[in-house]
Ligand binder design. Sequence first.
Ligand code: UDP
Ligand code: MN
Length: 346
Amino acid sequence: MGFCSPVCKTLRRGKYFVLLVLSLSVLAWITTFSGETVKSVSTDSASTQIIAKGDGLRDKFNSWTAAPNRVNPTPQKVKCPQESPLLQGARKLSFESSLKLKDVETENKAVTEGVYEPSDCIARQSVAILIPHRSRERHLLYFLHHLHPFLQRQQLHYAIYVIQQSGDATFNRAKLLNVGYLEALKDYSWECFIFHDVDLIPENDHNLYVCDQHPKHLVVGRNATGYKLHYKGYFGGVTAMTKDQFFQVNGFSNTYWGWGGEDDDLRIRVELQKMKIIRPAAAVARYTMVFHKRDSGNEINKDRMRLLGRTPKVWRKDGLNSCSYKTLSVDRLPLYVNITVDIGKP
Ligand code: UDP
Ligand code: MN
């Protein structure tokens, strides 16, 4: 060990000090760098915030991720309000004999292949409207003319499906509606289904085409019956059921050919499941039925009372799970999806 003057001692201490400072800064640099790598892995907005607090490299990363938003802010869509501000209440309906399909298409440019969704908010429900149909073209035209704007005022995400029975065997409304449900679910997981006669036009847009906790019957009154409920327990014309409610009752029976009974059968299925039937207030659940005579090929079903008696025994085997049919075509027309189907004969 040699001699060291006071100057020499100070220099030696300084050397250690510089060494210490150097190693500390190396350590600090390593920590910062590894932290950066971890944070950059996640790309959500939270990580962007963390990075925003950091140094030069972080600021650079931040400018890459945030710049597009600053330059071109994409407004986040929010849920549509509980009550649509577009509702108009009771309206006088018109049925112009001069109305043409082209006019209705022009009025509804926002509808694509029968589907619509609000552009400025996220709809509260996705609803499939199912219409059983054969040879009621004029009624269908009035229906499209009134229903498209009506549903849009309710700010719904919806699609209209028309299920056409092919051939001239006896009409079967219920089976067509089962087909509509099964086919529509191939397009989209609709949460709500509205089973809708083609000739019933709602008069008041506060009659909401959405589903509830319980199956809903929307036609309390119609012009032809003095706007009074047809009879206690009536569940026909227009009904709304969720995807799950309809599945739970195994849909409609497939065995009602001709006019009548199928809607009462559905009510029995609903009651067997201990579900209730709800209705909107009579003041809003009002419909105009476009006048018509009984169609040929849809004569009264004289067997309907006997069929209704066996519903509690057969509903599990007769319904969605036994609905056999042959789809002949699916045409995505501008204002509705047209499904033509061979459902057989009685
Ligand atoms: N329907 C149809 N073509 C027919 C028979 C019935 O399109 O030949 C459809 C149509 O949607 C109609 C529904 O089945 O609204 C119910 O039939 P209808 O109007 O005769 O029943 P009601 O007037 O007695 O309620
Ligand atoms: Mn009718």
